[in-house]
Design a protein. Structure first.
Length: 481
């Protein structure tokens, strides 16, 4: 029986009260985005996925922006907030979360500036902690140059005796290459007891969370360290340079996972994959593509160079030619878009629909097999199946105050250079002649035509154009002479 079954289960505490002054930013450090998500959202979600019943996020007195960001990034999740009134160290921050951990048997303590931390890493820590029967387990890793890190001091039996911060370590202790990752699992009762006895007699005058390790060990309880094989997973961010480096490491990992799952990435180093993006098998993604937000891509899809997709759903077999930009849009199965197509929010392309070069659509639904191939704008529009929209067609959907709908029923043929002044409806199998401005509804099967009558003036070139050109040349010669 594990701890979840024996008592109140596991609660995670995420420390997110620090300002992060080395970021040189007006924004709190943990609010900086990493791969399109707020930094602190990554460890919070990892803890929940690893089995935490809830997460207590410790914020500073001005922590409302952190709350707002997490509610937006992880809506409806089991997150509570505790306030650390003054920056008195990590131990004091955990003390601030005492009420939020009530009713649990285990507490997992994480840092809010470790976005590469994943649920698998935390599951490994929890499994090691429980299988060893430890009262406290600290996550550790080894470094060739451990300068600046807290050292893991073990006893002869391999158990952890204490963690000593670099600035407080002796020369012998500084020679230890196993360091503290700042992540712990501990029995709640022992944690609270140790925190009540920690002082601030150290170089920083702070309450060190690491002192909990020594106090727990001295009390005769088993303290272990679980050594991590991928140290970058627990890398903390203090500067913008570190953020960029860690983000690239996360990108390398995400690209590798995609390729292992059956996705082809062309020039993978140039492809950006953010957030909870999903890609189906046998999909091919070209150079310079950006997959952002909650984008989901089906199987056998081809996305060519330079496409930028945010919160987009792409169904199986679709094809995006180069430089499609899409946001909050849905591209149906076997549909084609691009090159240079802009799919704005609310756009839905039906099965086998086509949107070609320099086409822009917003809040528009295209029916199955409908084609908008060239230089067109469709806004606030419902288009049936089998419609042909000619080059240069636009919907005039905005009157300066309100937006209006255009409805184009099945199998309508629209000629080039057409303006559809909304609100307007084109009946099934209607035909719109090229150059027409449609201002009233068109009946089913009708032809609509509105053009200025064509007039022809023969001999215009001989009587007007040629004499003007000759006069211009004569003036030029006179000016030169």
């Amino acid at each position: 029986m594990d701890a979840m079954e024996e008592g109140g289960g596991l609660v995670a505490v995420v420390l997110a009260a620090g300002r992060g002054t080395r970021m040189r930013s007006e924004r709190v450090k943990v609010l900086h985005p990493v791969l399109g998500r707020t930094m602190v959202a990554w460890p919070v979600e990892a803890a929940l996925e690893a089995g935490a019943r809830r997460v207590a996020v410790v914020v500073g007195p001005d922590g409302q922006p952190v709350r707002d960001a997490l509610e937006q990034a992880l809506p409806g999740r089991a997150i509570q907030y505790s306030v650390q009134a003054e920056p008195r160290g990590t131990g004091d921050a955990v003390r601030a979360a005492e009420d939020a951990t009530a009713g649990c048997t285990e507490v997992m303590i994480l840092c809010g500036d470790t976005p590469a931390l994943d649920a698998d890493t935390l599951r490994g820590l929890l499994e090691a902690h429980r299988s060893n029967g430890a009262a406290l387990t600290v996550l550790s890793f080894t470094l060739a140059d451990p300068t600046g890190y807290g050292r893991i001091v073990r006893g002869a039996d391999g158990a952890v005796q204490r963690i000593v911060e670099h600035r407080d370590a002796s020369e012998t202790e500084r020679g230890i290459d196993e360091v503290n990752a700042g992540i712990y699992v501990v029995e709640r009762g022992l944690l609270l007891d140790a925190l009540s006895r920690i002082g601030s007699d150290n170089a920083q005058g702070e309450v060190y969370l690491t002192d909990v390790v020594e106090l727990t060990s001295q009390a005769g309880h088993r303290v272990m360290a679980h050594r991590l094989g991928e140290p970058w997973r627990v890398s903390g961010i203090n500067t913008r340079a570190q953020l960029a480096e860690l983000e690239e490491a996360m990108l390398v990992d995400r690209r590798r996972r995609l390729m292992e799952s059956g996705v082809t990435l062309q020039a993978p180093h140039s492809i950006r994959v953010e957030g909870p993006v999903e890609v189906g098998r046998d999909t091919v993604i070209g150079p310079g593509v950006q997959l952002l937000g909650s984008t989901r891509i089906g199987a056998h899809v081809r996305i060519e160079a330079g496409c930028v997709l945010r919160d987009v759903l792409i169904d199986d077999g679709a094809h995006l030619l180069p430089y499609v930009v899409a946001e909050n849009a849905h591209v149906g199965p076997r549909a084609t878009a691009g090159p240079f197509t802009h799919l704005r929010p609310g756009t839905v392309m039906g099965a086998a629909a086509k949107a070609g070069n320099f086409v822009e659509m917003k809040n528009t639904v295209l029916g199955e097999g409908t084609k908008v191939n060239h230089l067109s704008y469709l806004g606030d529009c419902a288009v049936g199946h089998g419609v042909n929209v000619g080059a240069g067609t636009i919907t005039c959907n905005y009157d300066g105050v309100d937006k209006h709908r255009t409805i184009i029923e099945d199998e309508v043929f629209i000629g080039s250079d057409t303006q559809l002044v909304a609100p307007v409806r084109l009946g099934r199998r209607a035909t719109v002649a090229a150059g027409t401005t449609v201002t009233r509804d068109v009946p089913e099967g009708a032809l609509v035509l509105s053009r200025v009558a064509q007039t022809v003036h023969e001999g215009y070139d001989e009587r007007h154009r040629r004499p003007r050109e000759a006069a211009k040349r004569a003036k030029s010669r006179s000016d030169q002479g």
